[in-house]
Design a protein around this ligand. Sequence first.
Ligand code: SAH
Length: 229
Amino acid sequence: MSDFAVARRRMVREQLVEAGLADRRVLRAMEEVPRHLFVPKVIRHRAHQASALPIGYGQTISRPFTVGLMTTLLELQGHENVLEIGTGSGYQAAVLAHLTDHVVSVERIRPLAARARTILAELGVENVDALPADGVTGLAERAPFDAIMVTACAPHLPPALLGQLRDGGHLLIPVNRGREQILYRYERRGEEVVVEQSVSCRFVPLLDGVDDPAEDSAAAAATEGEHLA
Ligand code: SAH
């Protein structure tokens, strides 16, 4: 077993299982997805630590526990059409891809969306569409979704999203509450919407519009010349 596979097993045991996460399919997915390939090369040795890590353009890959918790809360059965808002590194999308048939993930920072696409393609992940788009309005042309996961923190639930959620589906979103961020889970039951408050969390902000910034040289240098073995 490679060193990275050993590190992943340990990450799953110490950061997920010992913290109370027990969905076997989620644990297996996170044991299998090569998290180190989604972080810049220069910090690859830290890929499995219990914290968020920088991925360039001022953004971060979420810590393993957050990915495990959010994925568990979606309760995927395997045939859902899932929307992720905030592709970032593409890691969360790759984990979701292990658990369901189809994932669409949108990212407002074009070069991040492009990089995530490349990594997912190199890994042979075929059931994720990673697109550059502003997710604040959802993705009407691919709706309805059985599940929606927002991985950036919003001031409030963007109004378009619930309308793109199928009956019985779950929507996860971190929302600002004073100085805190709280992860909410909405469930659509016919005309009713049930809201549950989950944990306190820390995400980068959900912003409007697509951005096409100049190359982030630190991030570029970190992944340059990478070819997956
Ligand atoms: N899920 C990611 C981590 C999320 S970081 C991973 O697995 O690595 C949050 C991401 O949301 C950032 O890349 C940020 O650019 C993106 N984002 C913020 N607002 C957005 C919006 N309106 N539409 C799409 N992406 C957005």
